[in-house]
Unconditional design. Structure first.
Length: 450
């Protein structure tokens, strides 16, 4: 709101009238926000905090941190307000007679959380503000240190040429692997200036944000599984995930990566030999990916890029898409159910450009992951192609992926002129009956027959 949002509620339609939730340059020029607006908003937040502190009878946040004796459960009859009324700084905590019950928290016992006596003041002050005033601390040695300190890798970065490869074990406490490495490269060469190649192979289960902010020339491969946010903000490079060696389960029936992958990605490629969680590709703005199934909200708010799903998917596909393409495999012919707002964005694959793009991505997926699902589709391509759906928002519907080339189009037959039912009934009546009802009236003249 502080930046200029007028709550038009069209964030998903690429038509934001004040240029916030849109990729259309004409609308983005209308964006009225400035940094001053945000700074002013934060000043008002600070003023509201001061008001609440004053109502409590305190001067600063440091005086109330850790004071659980000042908290009250909200009762069923409590009027909700930002400012406590009256001031309760010197009052003893009084439990609400009937605490308000909410479905989500009804089974949680918080009785021990609310205390009637303040904590020991000397002990409380011993830790308030300590972390804030202390020098920045380290998390100790991390896997990212091992990646960026490798001698071969350092030489490739310095020379801006050559190939370096590492093989490492990974656990779910190792987060955002690839981000620091990409930052080092971007600092020297920018987003697209690195000419070398760095391949890092992991074995195990990665923590969140594997490949976050990945850059051109960096390729990550994991044999195991991944957590949430794979490929967040990546602008280049590649991420490949395959099941553990010796696994016997069907990859397209089992999860290999978590939720909200490719959030805000602008480039690169991702090949995951397994299913993913919810909101895969949310706000994807240029990455190409192949997955073997997903949860709900696939391709939500996409603005660019391509996603191929060759396994079962959840509901609400392509919600709020304003760009990019989704290819959805439907081997059982169940159909693709979309929300009413975007059900007109579903197409069968007829254009040669779409067929070529889909086949190329599946071949790359097979090459990267040795996916049996991709191999079966490619081996029976003529039949399998007819089982794919293409989801394309309005901005893509004039592209060569959706529209057939002129020479391949078949002209629609002329639509016969059909008289309205009222006119047809009038023409079928006997002339005497028409005359009795006033003939044709004064405003209708039929041409005479010759």
């Amino acid at each position: 709101i502080a930046e200029g949002c007028i709550m038009a509620r069209v964030c998903h339609m690429n038509s934001c009238p004040v240029g916030i939730a849109t990729q259309r340059e004409k609308l983005r020029k209308k964006f009225p926000g400035t940094p001053d607006h945000v700074a002013n908003f934060m000043l008002f937040v600070a003023e509201e905090v001061r008001t609440i502190l004053a109502a409590l009878g305190y001067h600063s946040l440091d005086e109330i941190i850790g004071r659980t004796d000042l908290l009250r459960p909200r009762g069923n009859t409590t009027v909700r307000t930002n400012v406590p009324q009256p001031a309760i700084a010197t009052q003893k905590a009084v439990r609400a007679a009937t605490p308000k019950k909410l479905t989500k928290t009804d089974m949680i016992d918080l009785s021990e959380f609310y205390t009637t006596e303040p904590p020991d003041e000397e002990q409380r002050r011993s830790w308030v503000g300590v972390a804030l005033n202390a020098p920045a601390h380290s998390n100790g040695p991390t896997l990212a240190d091992s990646v960026t300190s490798d001698d071969t890798l350092v030489r490739v970065i310095e020379a801006n040429s050559g190939v370096a490869e590492q093989n490492l074990s990974i656990t779910n406490t190792d987060r955002a692997l690839g981000a620091r490495l990409s930052g080092i490269i971007a600092e020297k060469y920018g987003d697209y200036g690195f000419k070398g190649q760095i391949n890092v192979n992991f074995t195990g289960s990665s923590g969140q944000s594997l490949g976050a902010f990945l850059i051109q020339g960096v390729n990550l491969r994991i044999r195991g599984d991944c957590n949430d946010y794979v490929g967040k903000g990546m602008c280049g490079g590649s991420i490949v995930a395959v099941p553990p060696e010796g696994s016997t389960f069907e990859p397209h029936e089992n999860v290999i990566a978590g939720n909200t992958c490719l959030y805000g990605a602008t480039g690169g490629s991702v090949y995951l030999n397994g299913r993913v969680g919810e909101r895969f590709g949310v706000r994807n703005a240029g990455c190409q990916a192949v997955i073997e199934g997903s949860g709900d909200h696939l391709g939500e708010y996409m603005t660019n890029g391509v996603i191929v799903a060759i396994g079962q998917i959840g509901r609400n596909v392509g919600a709020g898409m304003s760009g990019g393409l989704l290819y959805i495999y439907d081997p059982d012919g169940d159909g693709l159910r979309l929300h009413d707002d975007n059900k007109q964005n579903k197409f069968s694959i007829k254009a040669p450009a779409a067929e070529s793009q889909l086949r190329t991505l599946l071949e790359e997926h097979l090459k990267a992951t040795n996916s049996s699902r991709a191999r079966d589709i490619l081996d029976d391509w003529e039949q399998a192609l007819g089982k794919f759906w293409l989801v394309a928002p309005i901005s893509e519907q004039e592209s060569d992926k959706v529209r057939l080339p002129e020479e391949a189009r078949v002209a629609d037959p002329p639509t016969p002129l059909v008289a309205s039912s009222a006119l047809r009934n009038l023409l079928l009546k006997p002339q005497a009956q028409r005359a009795q009802q006033g003939g044709w009236g004064n405003s209708v003249q039929l041409p005479s027959r010759r």
